[in-house]
Design a protein around this ligand. Structure first.
Ligand SMILES: [Zn+2]
Length: 310
């Protein structure tokens, strides 16, 4: 993870230093209507998050976008201070989620907006996705979680469908304000996002979140404000809470020993939503933290990084 982050930083730096025609700077955007499009990195990797910014000299309306045929959702960013040399001080931002199993390749990004005087503005760019670097880990868990019986498998499949329906829904309002935070206090963070997994000797799906080591009972905090859309016990993830933050961003907290919220609750950033536990498919007590952005399963640590750098 640390290596990947450094590589990303190096890639960003390379993208800034190299001429627009260089092979590794596919971030170059073509815009009409006097707007600019900037991305937080010249290329993406599986499981990453890219921050897109559309800048205009005056405020923009009806900003919308598509990446790889999927809608992305913009919000109005903070207007830059007048000290910048750029005249493009009005910013709209969106997060592009890159699923951890997305097929590497080049994907088209398009953004359109209406300028203050009613003109249409449009940007197009290509964002390449590279293969993520994920290690393989071997774990021993209870056999019922590797080879569930028919009843358990049916239950797990029904729960999977329920989660899919939750993540398919896009709440059009932005329900948060400011940066996203880590869910545990004390700087604890998980580093095993995306790891390919071999459970009891059998290959299984990659790890879709980050596991935070913590003792049973440690309080879990909402990464940001939003609305609770699931709070129940699931077969694999045990006691689970999902918060809808709006604009297609969801955070998921799993294996809790107890939950402090119910469906429909509005939570504020940092609110205690439950306690660390060892329910579901686990090897011991910990918090599994997952983030989904526009249905893409991404590294949750990147949500903190992308919204915290200001
Ligand atoms: Zn996990």
């Amino acid at each position: 993870m640390r290596i990947a982050k450094n590589m990303l930083k190096a890639a960003v730096l390379a993208g800034l230093l190299l001429p627009a025609s260089a092979r590794c700077a596919p971030v170059v955007a073509h815009c009409t209507g006097g707007v600019e499009l900037k991305l937080s990195a010249p290329q993406a990797s599986q499981g990453s998050l890219i921050l897109a910014q559309v800048r205009g000299a005056k405020s923009l309306r009806e900003v919308s976008g598509k990446w790889n045929e999927r809608n992305i959702y913009f919000w109005e960013g903070s207007t830059s201070a007048g000290t910048r040399r750029s005249t493009h001080n009005h910013v709209n931002e969106a997060l592009l989620g890159v699923d951890l199993e997305k097929t590497p390749g080049d994907y088209e990004l398009s953004v359109s907006a209406t300028t203050e005087n009613g003109e249409h503005a449009e940007c197009t760019a290509t964002l390449a996705v590279r293969e993520g670097k994920f290690a393989t880990e071997r774990l021993a868990v209870q056999q019922q979680f590797v080879e569930p019986n028919e009843q358990q498998a049916q239950r797990a499949a029904a729960e999977q469908e329920k989660l899919r329906q939750i993540f398919d829904h896009i709440t059009p309002e932005k329900l948060w304000h400011g940066p996203f935070r880590l869910p545990l206090n004390g700087g604890v963070r998980g580093t095993n996002f995306g790891k390919r997994r071999i459970l009891n000797g059998q290959p299984r799906s990659p790890h879709t979140g980050a596991d935070f080591p913590a003792p049973t009972g440690a309080p879990i905090h909402a990464t940001q404000s939003g609305q609770v859309v699931l709070a129940e016990e699931l077969y694999f993830s045990g006691n689970t809470v999902i918060i809808d933050h709006g604009l297609g961003i969801y955070s998921l907290y799993a294996h809790l020993s107890s939950t402090d919220v119910t469906v429909g609750d509005a939570v504020i950033a940092g609110a205690v939503i439950g306690k660390v536990g060892a329910t579901g498919r686990v090897t011991g007590p910990h918090l599994h933290w997952g983030v989904t952005v526009n249905k893409a399963r991404v590294n949750p640590i990147q949500l903190v990084a992308q919204t915290g750098i200001r």
